[in-house]
Write a protein that binds this ligand. Sequence first.
Ligand SMILES: [Zn+2]
Length: 509
Amino acid sequence: MNSMSYLVLARKYRPQNFDQVVGQKHVVRTLKNAISQGRLAHALLFSGIRGVGKTTIARILAKALNCEQGPTPEPCNECSACKEITEGRAVDVQEIDAASNRGIDEIRELRENVKFRPARFRYKVYIIDEAHMLTREAFNALLKTLEEPPPHVHFILATTEPQKIPVTILSRCQRYEFRRLPWMELVEHLEDVSRKEGVQIEKEVLEIIAREAEGSVRDALSLLDQAISSGVKTRQELLDLFGLTDQLLLEETARAILKRDMASCFTLVQKAFEQGLDLVHFAQDLTEFFRNLLVLKSSSGKVFLDMPESELAALRALSLEAETEELLLLFQTLLSAVENIRRSPLPRLSLELTLAKACEVGKVIPLEKLFAKLEDLKKASAWQNEAAKSSEAPSKSPPRDLSWDAFVRKVKEASPPLGALLETLASPEEKDGTLFLKIPEGSLLEDKTYRQKLAALVSEHLGKGLEVETFSSTNPSPLRQKLIEKPVVQEVLKIFGGRIAQVKPYEGE
Ligand SMILES: [Zn+2]
């Protein structure tokens, strides 16, 4: 293998007919039926992440429509129409990259030309890549054409961000959602390609590549390209090549956090640093690790995690050592820290601080118990003693003259995690005897049960009402956005009904 092989695999193994497409079975089936029945819509929208086959399928579709043996769901790939399309030199099949110049000239030209019959083929096919990048003017021009598409024209809009396409355009397109490839299917595809290439490479290497590709076939093949051209054969060589985190290092770190073993955490960060790992990447991986632990724990291991059995076994074992709420709090702590680590001029120290904090989260007792413990305070705490000085009546004590900060300190004494949670929030504003507490979206306190309990505590100890307002961070940073878009985070949001805060109240031991 020489360096020329870089990025070649994706091109070399690009599917030339529908049956060669990896994944996207639902899309392929529908398109094949539409072609067979002569009912293909004139405007199609292909949406999905990069590298899952949108343009590839668009080109196959162009061949299916124009093959000399067709229209047919099985283009021959032999006739001149098929060949020209494959080679990208067919005059009647135009690819417009909206990202490069936002398409103004092309769309204007398209509007002029669209009314003419195809030069040589049955159909003119316009493939508009990154369609969401078109300017408003280009969209308007396109809309006029889509309103009354000539019978000899098909438009295929491909996009990674369908939400940026105007509704007026969307409503005229038939939509096809391309999915991320499941991890296992990617592994199989990589095995297939390596076999065809005659390359000896450990299966574990392919498994890691498939995980890093996060469902994108193109990313997976380009990583495989790099691995092959660098002569990678073993797992360790791959980890070194890409600066990836070793799963064992993640496990060790997670175990250290769960044991509140701060010293080990520092040692492990040192190790990661010496191995030359990207520490932001490491923090992301660790966050994902705790997310997986949480998913396993909260579903009693019933949720399907698409990963190697060896990793799964380790996760299962670790998940037994922790409480659900503890994992939730750690997941939350790490997720919100990733951004800080990325921005920090001293990422290593920032990572160390994060892990130290994670250890401090304390052996979390389920929140239900925390609140119960706090309620016991009124019998024994300093608050009670203070009250006793001024009043003979031991029960039904009047509201104390505590400040919010003092209240949080008291809460923290009784329950470090809950106190720590309150400490991360700005002091509430008071108006007409009611405290207005702002909490970020996704906070544990978003849960109604916990909110009510907190309100009851505030009322009891501060003699004031409590209103909790949720706020969302308005301008999510690119990294945060990227993290949110990660399939695992999407998954967890789905599992918890769109918001992390919806945790079931703890029941029993
Ligand atoms: Zn053909």
